[in-house]
Write a protein that binds this ligand. Structure first.
Ligand code: BGC
Length: 839
C-alpha cells in the first residue's frame, strides 16, 4: 500500500458542493459507496464477512473460500494463524472486487445461546483482542481494509435491532469494549461498523459516547465509521455522533433535502458533514481507489495455498475434550477389516454458521470423505442419518406442477394488498418460496398455486411462513393460517423462523390444488431494509419420512460396527445471525442426544465429533469414549477432522469459552435475552465483569459447574512444566513470565501456556484471576523449551467508576501459569505499586 500516491483529500473535498458531500455519507447500493465521477470521486465496494469473502450475492454467487469460524481460530491460541488467515482473506476479498472486508466480529461470548458467538472469538477480551489484531494486520498488510464489528454490545440476536442493553461502565470498559480497544490500538483497522442495538439508552450508530468520546477521543482512532446494514437510526444524531457512512444505500436517513434541513435548523453543522465526508474520502485514498477506481468482476480463485491453510488451521483449532482409554487417535492398522459406523452429520459438512458469515464455499469436504481418504479402503464404513435435524420442513418443490403443467408453482402478483381480482403479473417458480432479498419489486400481495399429487397416502406435514399475514388452502379449504406479520423478518430471510407444522390427510395419486396467499406486512418486524416487501416459503414432508425411526436405524448400524462415530452439531438454520439458539440441547427436540445415547448404549466404542460455535449440553458424556469439539472448520472440515481423529495432527486446540454443565449455571442466565417492558426488550448485564471463567473461578462450587473450563484441551502427548519465573522491566512497565515446557510423551505436539494474574488479596469485586498473556509452543518428543510470555503492568488495572480511570491497587499479585484456567502448573508472586491511568 505504501506505493500509492496519496491524493490530496482536502483539495478534493473543497471542490465538492454541500449536496455532493452529503451524497458520500451513505451507500450507493448494497455493497458500494456513492461515486461522483465528474469530480473524480470513486466508489468502494465492501464484502462480508469473517470467515470468507462472499461477494455481493447472498446465495449461490461465485464460490468463495470458506475459512474456519473465529471461535475455531481462537481455539488455536495462535495469533500467527490469525494473521495468515487475514492474508488469505485479503486475496479472497479482492477476488470479489471489494477492498474492505466486513470483519472481524469481536463481541465477547456472553451466553452459550448467543446466535452469533461462532463468528466471534471468545468470552475473554484479551484472547479476542489479540486474535483480532493479527487478523486485521493480515488483511491490511495486503491492502484490504478491516471493518471491526459490531461496536458495541451486540451480544445477542434476539431483537438485535431494538434491544436496549444496560451495561455498567466497568463491565463495558473491561469486557465489552476491551477486544475493540486492544485490536484498534494494536492494529488500527481502517473501519469500524456500529451495532444495531441500543446501549444504555442510545442506539450505537447515534452514540456520541461510543463514537466520539471513546473511539475517536480516548482511543485516538481516526478511520471510517459505518453503520450495520439498516442500522442507522437517525439523521442529525448519527451525523453529530460521528457515523460517517450509512449502509447500505440508497440512503434512508441522509437524503440531501433532509440533511440540508437539519443543517438549517442547526441540528447538524457543515463541519460535521466535512469531517464525515473527509473520512469517506480518506478511506478510499488509503485503499488506492483514486488511482484505480475500477471495481473488478467477481471471480472464484480457489487457491491450493488457501486450501492447505484452511486444513491446517482447522485441525489446529479442534479441541479434544475427552479421550478415555486413548481411544483416539484411530490407527489404520488397528482398524483394518473392522467396521466403522458414521452417524449423524457424517455426509453433510457443517462448515460455517448461518447469516452474513455464510459463503458459497468452493467445496466442502464431509467427515465421511475426509475419513475415507485418510483411512483408505481397508475399513468398512457404514452410515445412518440417525436423527432429524431440520428446523423447517423442506420446500414443497416436488410432486407439484404449475398452471401450465410444468414442475413448480405459478406465482400471481398483485399491487393490491389482498390478492384479489386480476393479478398484475404471473410467473413460474421452481420453488415454493418468494424471498425478497434484493428483489426490488414492491408488490402488495402474492398468490402461489400448484397442482399437488402426492405419491403416497398419509397425514402429511405442511409448514409455512410469510413476512405478512398468509394462508394455505387445499382444494379451497383452509389448511393453515398465519394471522400476524412475521415478528422477525431477518429470521425469515435466514431460514430461522420456526414454523408451526400442520398435518393434512392426502390420498396417494390424487391431485390437490394448493394455494398459498401472502400479504404485504405494514412494517416488517426488525429488518427495516425489507420493509414493504412480501415473502413466503412453504414446506412439506410425508408422514412416513417425518415419523421415520432414524434412531433405530442408526442403532442397528452401530450394533454391527466395531466403532461408532456420531457427528453432531448445528446446521446454519439453527446457529445463525438473526436468532439466538432456542435451546442448550442439540436440535431438534433432543433428537441428537437421543441418537448419541442410544448408539453409546449398544456400542462401547462411541466417539462424538461436535460442530457448534458454542457450548452445548452433553447428557451422554459419561457414556462415550471420546469427544472432539470441531466448531465450524470451513471448507476442509472433513480433512481437518480426519487429521485429528487419525493423529496426522496432534490436537492442540484449547477452549476459548467455558463449557458449563447446565445452562442454568451460565453467569448471564436469567438475564438473557432480557425482559420486555412495554414491548421493548431490555437486557441488563447483571453479572457485570463476571463473564465466562471470571464467574466460574469464584469458588470451588462455581468451578464444579463447569464441564470443560476455559483454556482446556487434551493432546495425544503429555507435557511437564518447570521453573516458572517472572522478571520486571527496568521502567516497571512490563513483566516477563517464563516457564520451561517439556514434551514428556512420544509424539510431537503443541502446548498453550496461559498466564493469568489477580490480586492476592481476595475481593468479591474483582475476578480471582484474568488472562494476561499466552503463547503456543511446538515440541518434539522429549524436547524442552523455555516459553516467555510478556504482559504490561497496565493490564492489572481495573476501571473505576468512581474516578473514571484505570486503577491498580498496590499490593501483591499472584501470577498463575496454566494449561487451562483450572489446571495451574506454576504460581509466582509479584508486588506492584498503586497506579492510576487516564482513559
Ligand atoms: C450484519 C453484518 C453484515 C451486514 C451485511 C448485517 O445484518 O449484522 O455483520 O456485515 O449485515 O451483510
Amino acid at each position: 500500500m505504501g506505493s500509492h500516491i496519496t491524493p490530496n483529500v482536502d483539495a478534493i473535498l473543497n471542490q465538492l458542493t454541500l449536496e455532493e458531500k452529503v451524497s458520500l455519507l451513505a451507500g450507493k447500493n448494497f455493497w458500494e459507496t456513492v461515486d461522483i465521477p465528474e469530480k473524480g470521486v470513486p466508489s468502494v465496494k465492501v464484502s462480508d464477512g469473517p470467515n470468507g469473502a462472499r461477494g455481493a450475492t447472498f446465495k449461490n454467487g461465485p464460490t468463495a473460500a470458506c475459512f474456519p469460524a473465529s471461535c475455531l481460530l481462537a481455539s488455536t491460541w495462535d495469533v500467527e494463524a490469525a494473521r495468515r488467515i487475514g492474508n488469505a482473506l485479503a486475496e479472497e476479498t479482492q477476488s470479489k472486487g471489494a477492498r474492505a472486508l466486513l470483519a472481524p466480529t469481536v463481541c465477547p461470548h456472553r451466553h452459550p445461546l448467543g446466535g452469533r458467538n461462532f463468528e466471534s472469538f471468545s468470552e475473554d477480551p484479551l484472547l479476542a483482542g489479540k486474535m483480532a489484531a493479527q487478523y486485521i494486520h493480515g488483511l491490511q498488510e495486503k491492502g484490504v481494509a478491516a471493518t471491526i464489528k459490531h461496536f458495541a454490545a451486540n451480544e445477542q440476536e434476539t431483537c438485535r435491532f431494538t434491544v436496549n442493553a444496560h451495561i455498567a461502565e466497568r463491565a463495558l470498559r473491561e469486557i465489552y469494549l476491551k477486544p475493540f480497544e486492544i485490536a484498534i490500538k494494536e492494529a488500527n483497522p481502517m473501519a469500524v461498523m456500529t451495532s444495531y442495538n441500543i446501549l444504555n439508552g442510545h442506539h450505537a450508530d447515534s452514540s456520541s459516547f461510543l463514537l466520539k468520546d471513546v473511539l475517536r477521543g480516548q482511543w485516538g482512532w481516526n478511520g471510517l465509521v459505518m453503520s450495520d446494514w439498516g442500522g442507522t437510526n437517525s439523521t442529525a444524531d448519527s451525523l453529530e455522533a460521528g457515523l460517517d457512512l450509512e449502509m447500505p444505500g440508497p440512503t434512508k436517513w441522509r437524503k440531501a433535502e433532509t440533511v440540508l434541513e437539519e443543517i438549517k435548523a442547526g441540528r447538524v453543522s457543515e463541519r460535521t458533514i466535512d469531517a464525515c465526508a473527509r473520512n469517506v474520502l480518506e478511506f478510499m485514498a488509503k485503499l488506492g481507489c483514486f488511482e484505480d477506481p475500477s471495481i473488478s468482476e467477481e471471480k472464484s480463485i480457489n487457491k491450493p495455498e488457501h486450501q492447505q491453510l484452511i486444513r491446517s488451521v482447522g485441525s489446529q483449532g479442534l479441541v479434544l475434550l475427552k479421550n478415555e482409554d486413548n481411544t483416539l487417535p484411530l490407527k489404520k492398522e488397528q482398524l483394518a477389516n473392522k467396521k466403522v459406523a458414521l452417524l449423524g452429520f457424517a455426509k453433510e459438512g457443517l462448515i460455517h454458521g448461518g447469516g452474513s458469515a455464510s459463503v458459497n464455499a468452493h467445496y466442502r469436504v464431509t467427515a465421511e470423505e475426509g475419513l475415507r481418504s485418510a483411512l483408505g479402503d481397508a475399513i468398512e464404513f457404514d452410515y445412518a442419518q440417525g436423527a432429524h435435524t431440520f428446523r423447517q420442513l423442506p420446500l414443497m418443490n416436488n410432486m407439484v406442477v404449475d398452471r401450465d403443467g410444468q414442475p413448480g408453482w405459478t406465482l400471481d402478483l398483485f399491487f393490491n394488498e389482498d390478492a384479489t381480482g386480476e393479478p398484475s403479473a404471473s410467473r413460474h417458480s421452481d420453488v415454493a418460496a418468494y424471498v425478497p432479498i434484493f428483489v426490488k419489486e414492491a408488490w402488495g400481495s402474492l398468490r402461489a398455486t400448484a397442482q399437488f399429487t402426492p405419491s403416497q397416502s398419509g397425514r402429511h406435514y405442511l409448514g409455512m411462513s410469510g413476512l405478512g399475514r398468509s394462508k394455505v388452502l387445499i382444494d379451497g379449504q383452509m389448511a393453515y393460517e398465519q394471522k400476524e406479520n412475521c415478528p422477525d423478518s431477518m429470521a425469515f430471510l435466514l431460514g430461522g423462523v420456526k414454523e408451526p407444522e400442520v398435518q393434512w390427510d392426502f390420498e396417494g395419486g390424487k391431485t390437490y390444488t394448493v394455494e398459498v396467499t401472502t400479504l404485504k406486512p405494514s412494517k416488517s418486524g426488525g429488518l427495516s431494509l425489507i420493509d414493504g416487501y412480501i415473502g413466503f416459503r412453504a414446506g412439506f414432508m410425508t408422514e412416513e419420512e417425518h415419523n421415520r425411526d432414524l434412531v433405530s436405524e442408526a442403532v442397528e448400524v452401530a450394533k454391527r460396527s466395531d466403532l461408532a462415530i456420531v457427528f453432531t452439531g448445528h446446521t446454519p438454520d439453527w446457529e445463525t445471525e438473526g436468532q439466538d439458539q432456542i435451546s442448550f440441547s442439540l436440535p431438534s427436540n433432543g433428537s441428537q442426544d437421543r441418537l448419541v445415547t442410544a448408539v453409546s448404549s449398544v456400542n462401547t466404542n462411541t466417539i462424538v465429533v461436535n460442530c457448534t460455535g458454542v457450548a452445548i449440553d452433553m447428557p451422554w458424556l459419561d457414556k462415550v469414549k471420546a469427544v472432539v469439539q470441531a466448531w465450524f472448520p470451513g471448507q476442509e472440515a472433513g480433512n481437518a477432522i480426519a487429521d485429528v481423529l487419525t493423529g496426522a495432527v496432534n490436537p492442540s486446540g484449547r477452549l476459548p469459552v467455558s463449557f458449563p454443565r447446565r445452562i442454568e449455571d451460565a453467569p448471564a442466565h436469567g438475564n438473557f435475552p432480557g425482559e420486555y417492558i412495554d414491548g421493548q426488550l431490555n437486557v441488563t448485564y447483571e453479572e457485570g465483569i463476571f463473564v465466562g471463567y471470571r464467574h466460574y473461578d469464584r469458588s470451588e462450587k462455581h468451578r464444579s459447574q463447569v464441564l470443560f473450563p476455559f483454556g482446556y484441551g487434551l493432546s495425544y502427548t503429555t507435557f511437564a512444566h518447570a521453573n516458572p519465573r517472572v522478571s520486571i522491566s527496568e521502567n516497571a512497565e512490563k513483566f516477563d513470565v517464563t516457564i520451561e515446557v517439556t514434551n514428556t510423551g512420544s509424539l510431537a505436539g503443541a502446548d498453550v501456556v496461559q498466564v493469568y494474574a489477580g490480586a492476592k488479596q481476595a475481593s468479591s469485586e474483582n475476578p480471582v484471576k484474568e488472562l494476561v498473556g499466552f503463547a503456543k509452543v511446538q515440541l518434539e518428543p522429549k524436547q524442552s523449551k523455555t516459553v516467555s510470555v510478556e504482559f504490561d503492568t497496565r493490564q492489572l488495572a481495573h476501571f473505576s467508576e468512581g474516578t473514571s480511570r484505570w486503577e491498580i491497587d498496590g499490593g501483591e499479585y499472584e501470577i498463575s501459569i496454566g494449561r487451562s484456567v483450572q489446571d495451574i502448573v506454576g504460581k509466582l508472586t509479584l508486588s506492584v505499586g498503586a497506579q492510576s491511568y487516564k482513559l
